[in-house]
Design a protein around this ligand. Structure first.
Ligand code: AHG
Ligand code: MN
Ligand code: MN
Length: 360
C-alpha cells in the first residue's frame, strides 16, 4: 500500500515537473503584515537617539541590504573566491571581504555623521573629516565567516559604534581603544535564508527581517532573550587537543551527557561563522566557545575584540546572557590594539559562569 502511494506521488511529481507552465504560481504565504520599519524604530527609541547616530545606523542597515544583494549574486558576477591579498592578520581575503569593506566605507564616507571607521580588513583607522562635530566611530567585520561564502552557507556583518570627543584625531588608533562597556550601539546582519538585522542600543535586543519586496528591514522579534536552560553547545572540536584544562573539563562534561555530572545529553553545532552561531544562541539558546588554545595563544585568541567579541558580548548580555574570556568579562577589557584578539565564551548565563568558574 505504502509502495502504491509512493508510485502515485512519484507520477504526480513527474507530471508537474513536465507541465511546469500549467502550474499556477503559489500564493505567497504570510505576506508581510504591517510591521515597524527599522527607520521608525530608530526614530521611536525609548531614549531618543542623536541624529548622527540614527544616520550611522540607518546607513549601516542600508549598506547591509546592499551587501546581502552582492552576496546573493556572487556566483553570477564572478565575486566568489579569493581576492589574492592578505589582511593585517595574515588571513587570505575573499573578494567579498574586500567588496563588503569598500561598500561600508563608501556608504559612510560622505555622510558627515561619523568621525572615523575601523575594520578587520584595514590595517589602520579610516578617518572621516567631513563634519567637525562628528563624534561617532564605526568598527566592523564587513564579512564574518567568509570561508562559508563559497559553499553558500550563512555569513554576516558585525558592527560596533563608539563615541569620541569631536575633533579627536581618528587617523590614530587611540580614540578607538575603548572598552565594550562604552559602546552606544552594536549589531550584526546575517545573510542566510533570510537577511536579518539584530541590534541593541542598550534597551534589549531587537531583530528585523529584510522584506525583499519593499527593501525595508521590518521588526520581527522584540526583546530577544537567551533561554536559561540549554542542551546545545558550539565549539570547533578539532582544536580539542590544544585547549587549556578548564575547557577540556567543561566540554568533557558536556560530552559525557546523561552519564556524567551534567545528567543530560548535549547536542553540538558549529557553523564557522560567529554571526550564525550567535544568532542561533540568541534565538533558541546555547553556549559558544572560541577559547584560548595553544595554536592561538601567542596572538591572544582567535576572535577580534573590537569588531567581533565586544558587539556580540553586548548583544548577548542585553539578551540576558553572559560573555567572558574564561577569566574576565569581555566588555571590561581595556583594549590595547585595534585588531587585538581574545578568547570568547558567550551565551546562556549559567553555562558561561560554569565554564568561567573552571578557569578560576
Ligand atoms: P572571519 O571570516 O571574519 O575571519 O571570521 C571567522 C571567525 C568566526 O566567524 C568563526 O566563528 C571562526 O572564525 C571560525 O573559526 P574556525 O575556522 O577555526 O572554525
Ligand atoms: Mn569575523
Ligand atoms: Mn571578516
Amino acid at each position: 500500500m505504502a509502495n502504491c502511494l509512493a508510485i502515485v506521488k512519484r507520477k504526480a511529481l513527474l507530471y508537474f515537473a513536465a507541465n511546469q507552465a500549467l502550474i499556477p504560481p503559489l500564493p505567497i504565504a504570510g505576506a508581510p503584515m504591517s510591521r515597524l520599519t527599522f527607520t521608525r524604530w530608530l526614530q521611536q527609541s525609548p531614549v531618543p537617539l542623536p541624529q548622527d547616530l540614527i544616520q550611522t545606523l540607518q546607513i549601516t542597515a542600508d549598506c547591509c541590504r546592499n551587501i546581502s544583494a552582492a552576496i546573493a549574486r556572487g556566483a553570477l558576477t564572478g565575486m566568489l573566491g579569493q581576492a589574492g591579498s592578505e589582511n593585517i592578520q595574515g588571513e587570505d581575503q575573499k573578494k567579498l571581504d574586500v567588496i563588503s569593506n569598500d561598500m561600508l566605507l563608501a556608504a559612510h564616507a560622505q555622510g558627515g555623521h561619523l568621525a572615523g571607521m575601523a575594520s578587520e580588513e584595514m590595517d589602520d583607522p579610516f578617518p572621516v573629516t567631513t563634519h567637525e562635530n562628528s563624534r561617532y566611530l564605526l568598527l566592523f567585520d564587513p564579512l564574518d565567516g567568509s570561508s562559508n561564502i563559497d559553499i553558500n552557507a550563512p555569513v554576516g556583518t558585525i558592527f560596533s559604534v563608539l563615541e569620541t570627543a569631536p575633533g579627536s584625531n581618528t587617523a590614530e588608533v587611540t580614540p578607538f581603544l575603548q572598552p565594550g562597556t562604552a559602546q552606544v550601539a552594536a549589531g550584526y546582519a546575517i545573510y542566510g535564508p533570510a537577511t536579518q538585522l539584530i541590534i541593541t542600543v542598550g534597551h534589549g535586543v531587537d531583530a528585523f527581517t529584510l522584506d525583499p519586496d519593499s527593501g525595508e528591514f521590518l521588526l520581527t522579534t522584540s526583546g530577544m532573550m537567551i533561554p536559561e536552560e540549554t542542551q546545545e553547545f558550539a565549539i570547533n572540536m578539532s582544536n580539542q587537543r590544544h585547549w587549556e584544562a578548564p575547557v577540556q573539563r567543561y566540554v568533557g562534561e558536556l560530552l559525557e551527557g546523561k552519564t556524567g555530572v551534567r545528567g543530560k545529553d548535549f547536542n553540538m553545532r558549529w557553523i564557522a561563522a560567529m554571526v550564525a552561531d550567535v544568532h542561533r544562541i540568541l534565538t533558541r539558546g546555547g553556549v559558544f566557545l572560541y577559547p584560548l588554545d595553544s595554536k592561538t595563544a601567542s596572538k591572544g585568541g582567535k576572535l577580534r575584540l573590537m569588531y567581533e567579541a565586544n558587539p556580540m558580548a553586548w548583544l548577548v548580555e542585553q539578551a540576558g546572557g553572559a560573555a567572558t574570556t574564561g577569566r574576565v568579562r569581555i566588555m571590561d577589557i581595556a583594549p590595547t590594539g585595534l585588531h587585538q584578539r581574545v578568547p570568547v565564551i558567550l551565551g546562556a548565563r549559567a553555562e558561561v559562569e560554569r565554564a568561567t568558574g573552571y578557569h578560576a
